[in-house]
Every structure is written in C-alpha cells, then in structure tokens.
Design a protein around this ligand. Structure first.
Ligand code: UDP
Length: 344
C-alpha cells in the first residue's frame, strides 16, 4: 500500500509543488491547510496535474485539539512535511506574537502528536534566513547561524532548536526530524496549473517582476545598487520550486528508509549559484522577451547584501541537485502569471 504523508500547508506555493512530486513518486498525500494564505482550488489543480486527488482537511494547526483529532482520524501517517506557517518578514515585525504563536504552536502540536501517535519522520521548511549575512560565502551547513533579523526569521531558528531538542529527548523512540534550509524558491510547475499567488502587493522579487510584466504593477523597484557586489545589487541563490519540491521527496525517503546519519539533520537547499537582482531582471527579459519597467530606488530595510549556498553536502548526502536553468525557471513563473491573468 502507498505510504501516507501529511503535508501541512499543502495548498501553498512550495507545499503544492511538493504534493505533486510526492504523488508522482507513489505516495498517498493528505493536505492540511487553513487556507488563510492559499486557495482550495489548488487541490483541483494538483489533481489536474497528477490525476490523483489528495485528501484535504482545512483547519489551523495552532489548534491543539484539532491536531489531535486529525491524528485520531488518520492512523497510518508515515511522515509529516511541515510547510504551514506565516512568512511575511515585514508583517512579523509588527505582529511578533501572532508569528510566534502560530508558527511555534503548530510545530509543537505536530511534534507532540508524532510522539503520541507514533509517527517517526518529520521534514521541516527552514530557511537560509538563519544564516543572516554570513561572514564567508558560499554558506555550508557548518556556517554559524546569526541572530535573526525578524520575528519570522526567529521562528525558523527556534523551530530548528525545538526539533533538535525533541529528537534528543525521544531518541529511544527513533523520532527523526530533518530541516531543509531553502534559499530563494521561485518559478512554477511547467503545467502552469500551480504557482505562487501572493496576497496583495508582492514582497518577493519574482512575483513583483511577473506582475509588472503583466501590467498589474507599474514599475519594479530595485532596492539599492550600492551594495558591495559586481553590479551593486544584492545577490541571492534562486532555486526552482519543482527542484526544491523534489528535495522533499528525497528527504522523506531518507527518513523512511533510515538512511539518516543523525536524528536531527539539516541541509542547504539551493543551486550554488548567486544572481544579482539586475542579473535576474535581465535573465527574465531574455527568457520571456518581455521588457520590464524598472527603477533603482533606495535599499530596503533588513535586506542582506549577498548569500548563496554551498550545496556539496546536500548533493553528496541526499543525492539531490537543483537542475533547472534560471531562464527556464523564470519562464515558468511568467507562464503561470499569464495563465492566472488570462494573458495569451
Ligand atoms: N527586491 C527588489 N525589488 C522588489 C522585491 C525584492 O529589488 O520589489 C530585491 C530584494 O532587495 C532582495 C532580492 O530582491 O535583494 C530578493 O528579495 P526577496 O524579497 O524576493 O527575497 P529575500 O532574499 O529578501 O528573502
């Protein structure tokens, strides 16, 4: 029988792409999502891609009773992938308690239920935000973490610590947690049926680019060109969301097959290549043939100058590698935006 995986936040951007990859790898998926930041029609679109409808339950994971009720109903969950979380950096500065309450309670409720209902495998969405501005680039898994710049970032760091402590306390029960530290996920499924749908004005670069190209935003603001980088704009490691989704399938198999080297592990999930904001804008124009209206403005508060991953450990240890060229990834983001907006 197909192994059953709980995917929290499975109607979100990375979650939905991961559900598709899990189903295509033969897993039976149950999604839990509160839909505060995503739409139920994503379940239909996942089904259109895979021809399999994932099970779907709508509730808030910060509600402990509901999480217990879920595990009483679904008694053969083999592993959990936990995406569901609030993720707006700026908002978290204004609403810290909401971020800590939501993100940490959901995590602790799930871990508590892992123990109570004997689910041994847990994969968590962490972020390269835990590295802050590293002193040395690229960042490896041994690069020290820096104090978080925002409550959002701190929820990721604290979540990692909670998982580490949980696995130590429950080592005899073989409870395993694995954190994937994502760099900058972008793009969309090649079918253009699922992708990134930010609510309101996008904070992230690529949705802002595609919405500007679609005429929804008048102009892209490039936040600063006076950084210590070759063209003065900040550098990030942009990773294709389908490549990223595949890393989760590998992580799940590693835990289920007991190939993990420790009960708590963490990996950098990036491409190993850094692109500046200006390079990304130019790559978008080159791959789509659409000219972007942009202007360089002042720096955005809290932005770091440059970061990209050393992926050696993930590549060797997981046997996983990001493969999609940046142009193809940007084109997929544009195709998704066009489909959503009805642009031919
Ligand atoms: N950025 C920009 N204009 C925008 C949004 C983002 O110039 O409208 C820049 C931002 O300053 C950063 C990079 O794009 O250098 C990536 O930002 P994003 O918010 O996508 O991800 P982050 O790395 O901040 O998590």
């Amino acid at each position: 029988m197909a192994k059953q995986i709980l995917v929290t936040g499975g109607t979100g951007f990375i979650g939905s792409h991961t559900v598709v990859e899990l189903q295509q790898a033969g897993f039976d998926v149950v999604i839990v999502d509160s839909l505060i930041n995503s739409k139920e029609e994503t379940v239909d679109n996942i089904e259109k891609i895979t021809k399999i409808r994932p099970k779907f339950e709508c509730f808030d994971l910060a509600d402990r009773e509901k999480v217990h009720a879920f595990f009483k109903k679904y008694t053969s969950i083999e592993a959990i992938i936990h995406f569901a979380a609030l993720k707006a950096v700026g908002e978290s500065v204004h609403k810290p308690l909401e971020y800590y309450r939501n993100n940490l309670n959901a995590l602790m409720n799930l871990l508590e239920c892992m123990k109570e209902y004997n689910v041994k495998n847990f994969v968590f969405s962490s972020s390269c935000t835990v590295y802050g501005q590293p002193d040395k680039l690229p960042v490896t898994e041994t690069t020290p973490r820096k104090p978080a710049e925002s409550p959002y970032g701190n929820t990721k760091a604290v979540a990692e610590d909670i998982m580490r402590d949980f696995t130590v306390a429950n080592a005899d029960a073989d409870m395993k947690c694995l954190a994937l530290r994502y760099f900058n996920p972008i793009g969309a499924h090649p079918s253009a049926l699922i992708g990134e749908s930010p609510v309101g004005v996008p904070n992230n670069l690529v949705p802002y680019i595609t919405q500007t190209a679609a005429g929804i935003r008048e102009q892209l603001s490039i936040f600063g060109d006076d950084y210590n980088t070759p063209d003065g704009t900040p550098i990030r490691d942009y990773i294709n969301v389908v490549d990223l989704a595949k890393a989760h399938v590998v992580a799940i198999n590693r835990l289920i097959e007991k190939k993990n080297k420790a009960n708590y592990e963490f990996f950098n999930i990036g491409t190993g290549n850094g692109y500046s904001v200006m390079e990304l804008v130019k790559a978008f124009e080159a791959s789509t043939g659409v000219k972007l209206n942009y202007k360089v403005v002042g720096r955005r508060a809290g932005d770091i100058e440059k970061i990209w991953a050393d992926t050696t450990y993930a590549n060797n240890e997981l046997g996983w590698k990001a493969e999609t060229p940046i142009g193809e990834t940007l084109l997929s983001a544009w195709n998704w935006e066009k489909r959503v907006r009805g642009i031919k």
